[in-house]
Design a protein around this ligand. Sequence first.
Ligand SMILES: [Zn+2]
Length: 228
Amino acid sequence: MDGTATPKTPANLVLLGPPGAGKGTQARKLEETFGLVQLSTGDLLRAAVAAGTEAGKQAKAVMEAGDLVSDDIVIAILRDRLADPDCANGVILDGFPRTTVQAEALDGLMQEIGQTITAAISLDVEDAAMIERISGRYTCAGCGEGYHDSFKQPAVEGVCDACGGTKMSRRADDTAETVGQRLKAYHAQTAPLISYYDGKGVLQRVDAMGQIDAITTKMATIVQKTIA
Ligand SMILES: [Zn+2]
């Protein structure tokens, strides 16, 4: 599709946020509201390999050799994908870029196709609250009903409200320690990207600890401004 035929600026977003910040939920809302397409690196690679594109073949060979797909190949796959008609309104990039080198390569691609990254939206979380939120979760092993140490205890301790079961289970990687480590790793990895997009004047910070609807509204306002 000829990019110049697109009547308005495509809203190309980079979505940043740690696991548990609600990235998936918010991305789906933006897809619905603005006709955007969420592109995660894994999905992009799988689709290109399945489609057998030139870049997809390269990615397949690299992955079969057990190596990481290079930035050049990811950019080539992204270049192909952005030319698809369903991406005309813009895309939500999730998981790419992860480094400033990748962010620069992405900007190069955008320039090449006459587009820009219109906003890098950072879903900001409070680490202590996130640790409490995630590490407090548990579910009934019998029926899957979800509970939380602080926010949703069953009426009778240890007994499922829904099915009366008494076996509760917790995900092994949801302990306070592992959640804390995940957040620390996220901040370390993302800080350079935050600076990069701040320097480009496109960084938007959204408090991700509030109500889902309020976060959605704030993100929609940001996107609306970038395409106006
Ligand atoms: Zn139950």
